[in-house]
Design a protein around this ligand. Structure first.
Ligand code: ZN
Length: 256
C-alpha cells in the first residue's frame, strides 16, 4: 500500500501576497502534493483555516507521514490540535518539519527546547547543503551537496536538542552555518527537520529538494507490525520469589 502523506500548510502568504502566489499558484502544499504524487505516495492536504486546521482525528489516523509548513501564524494553531499531532507522532506517525516550521508549536513541543531561536537574514544568499551522513537513507540518490542559488539565511546557534542523526549542514554566502537536516525519534515516531523553503523562492520545485523530501517520507513512515507498547503499573512476567520486606521497626530492633 502506498504511504499516506498529509501536507499541512498555513496557506496565508500565498493568499495575502501576490508575489508569493506567483511562485506557488496552488499553494506550497499544492506544489509538494504534486511531486509526492508523481513519486507514488497517496497525498492529501490540510490548511490552517479549515475546521480543526484540517487535522481531524480521522485525517491523522489515516496519515503515515505529516509534512508541516508554517510561518506567520504559529500562534493560531490550537493547543488541542498540537497535542493530537504530538500523540500521533509518539504512536508512530512520521513528521517532516520544513523551513520556518522550526518555530511551530508542534516542533517546539517535540524538541523540548525553544527551537524558534536562530539567526536569519532575507538577502537571497547562496546556500550549500552538505551531506554529512552519505549512508543515510534521506541522502540516497543525491550528490555530496545541494546548491541553492538564492535562499533566506538561517544561522547557528539553532536551539534544538542534539539530533539523533545529522544529514545536512548548510553554508551560507554571508559566512553562517546551520544544521539544516536533522533527525530525531520520539516514541515510535520519526521526526525530520529540513531547512530550505522560504516562500519567496521556488525551492520546492528544485528536483534535489524534492528528492530529499521523498526520501524523508520513506524514512519517516511507520514500521508496520511494531509491538504494542504498555505503560504503567504491571504484573511481573516471571514468577517472583521476594524476600520479606525489612520494616523500619526491624531496623530499630537491630534485626538486620
Ligand atoms: Zn522564511
Amino acid at each position: 500500500m502506498a504511504i499516506r502523506v498529509t501536507v499541512w500548510n498555513e496557506y496565508l502568504h500565498e493568499v495575502q501576497f501576490q508575489e508569493i502566489a506567483a511562485v506557488y499558484p496552488q499553494g506550497i502544499h499544492g506544489c509538494i502534493q504534486e511531486f509526492l504524487e508523481k513519486e507514488g505516495f497517496a497525498v492529501k492536504t490540510a490548511t490552517l483555516r479549515q475546521p480543526e486546521h484540517g487535522l481531524t482525528q480521522e485525517v491523522l489516523a489515516d496519515t503515515d507521514v505529516l509534512i508541516w509548513w508554517g510561518h506567520m501564524a504559529h500562534h493560531e494553531v490550537k493547543d488541542e490540535i498540537v497535542e493530537r499531532v504530538y500523540r500521533r507522532v509518539l504512536d508512530g506517525m512520521g513528521l517532516i518539519v520544513l523551513h520556518s516550521g522550526h518555530a511551530s508549536k508542534i516542533f517546539q513541543k517535540l524538541c523540548g527546547t525553544d527551537s524558534s531561536r536562530l539567526k536569519w537574514r532575507e538577502d537571497g544568499e547562496k546556500e550549500i547543503l552538505w551531506v554529512v551522513d552519505p549512508g543515510h537513507p534521506i541522502a540516497a540518490g543525491l550528490g555530496e551537496k545541494i546548491i541553492l542559488e538564492q535562499e533566506e539565511m538561517y544561522g547557528e546557534h539553532f536551539d534544538i536538542p542534539k539530533p539523533d542523526e545529522q544529514v545536512f549542514i548548510s553554508w551560507f554566502q554571508g559566512g553562517e552555518v546551520f544544521r539544516s537536516g536533522c533527525c530525531w525519534r520520539r516514541g515510535k515516531g520519526k521526526v525530520f527537520y529540513f531547512r530550505p523553503g522560504h516562500e519567496s523562492f521556488p525551492i520546492y520545485y528544485n528536483p534535489e529538494i524534492q528528492k530529499v523530501i521523498c526520501n524523508a517520507v520513506r524514512w519517516a513512515a511507520p514500521v508496520s507490525g511494531s509491538p504494542e507498547e504498555t505503560y504503567g503499573n504491571t504484573q511481573p512476567v516471571v514468577e517472583l520469589h521476594l524476600a520479606e520486606r525489612t520494616t523500619i521497626s526491624d531496623l530499630h530492633q537491630g534485626k538486620k
